[in-house]
Design a protein around this ligand. Sequence first.
Ligand code: PMP
Length: 401
Amino acid sequence: GSVFAHLVQAPEDPILGVTVAYNKDPSPVKLNLGVGAYRTEEGKPLVLNVVRKAEQQLINDRTRIKEYLPIVGLVEFNKLSAKLILGADSPAIRENRVTTVECLSGTGSLRVGGEFLAKHYHQKTIYITQPTWGNHPKIFTLAGLTVKTYRYYDPSTRGLNFQGLLEDLGAAPPGSIVLLHACAHNPTGVDPTIQQWEQIRQLMRSKGLMPFFDSAYQGFASGSLDTDAKPIRMFVADGGECLVAQSYAKNMGLYGERVGALSIVCKSSDVAGRVESQLKLVIRPMYSSPPIHGASIVAVILRDRNLFNEWTLELKAMADRIISMRKQLFEALRTRGTPGDWSHIIKQIGMFTFTGLNPAQVSYMTKEYHIYMTSDGRISMAGLSSKTVPHLADAIHAVAT
Ligand code: PMP
């Protein structure tokens, strides 16, 4: 018999499993609102025009080779990524106290940052929002950190539980790591206001809590790269230290290219250099060095003023379409006279709406309407179109009545 015969079948990933179930459904009206990937109004995946142009440039350049990148990845990409998230005029960059390494998208950046902290930071506890993206607790537990949660979402208002958040962070042991969603909180779509961010910053700095930003949606929430980076820049402006995990999956549509970056902002360039040397020791035995293609695409776009401007327009168009889907869904429920307050659909921001539908309602919608979403009632607004909004509104109306 097999030496693996004792293995039990592992469950499907709760998020990716939604698509598996969707693919098996033969219904012509089926709708997949589970995936966190952008779709066009026609329901198709989108490759940005600027990405096509950048790839063409790369192909035409016969001097390009496929040698290994250094352990830290494509150096130009790293510099441009730090500028994109921290701001071109960031004093931390000017003072050479930011170290940036290319990683495998947002997930890889979080994992490398987590492993680095587990090895070299004095506090091994990381606080994550309740609820959060399902992969967060697994990433940080396997990185060697102890995961605890802080209050974030208030189901009764479908908004932020700001008091609970302040209480929980205020009670965290000094030095604890705190994971912060830079914008477009996943899964709730609920972000603190700038005033609330300022209060969070003051509290965290006064207790020496270490900010670890997860920036998976820069530009995707508001449509502006600078607006969405504001909370991070507030923390960097006070001169303190922090970590930032960046992903280009959503904002450049480079999902499968697995391109992202981890930046660690330090207090001096001397420390930043030593931090980088240790990051290399984390990365080398994990995957040796990152892939070249996605980072090259990003570098071509970020270094060229015209391509960069074109990117911001395409990014804004994606964000605007999502915001328009929110309005259309909200209006469709109002037209139907669906009971309950649905204003959170237009108040929440980013790719997801946390509908407030319970697992029984979700499962009814899947069975009777062939609409797929995670059991927590999270729907991807990016998977909706003007054509499919009525079907979704009918289903929500049916379970809410
Ligand atoms: N963080 C959050 C909050 C996310 O929603 C995602 C994508 N679902 C990621 C990180 C990482 O995604 P990726 O590894 O594809 O960049």
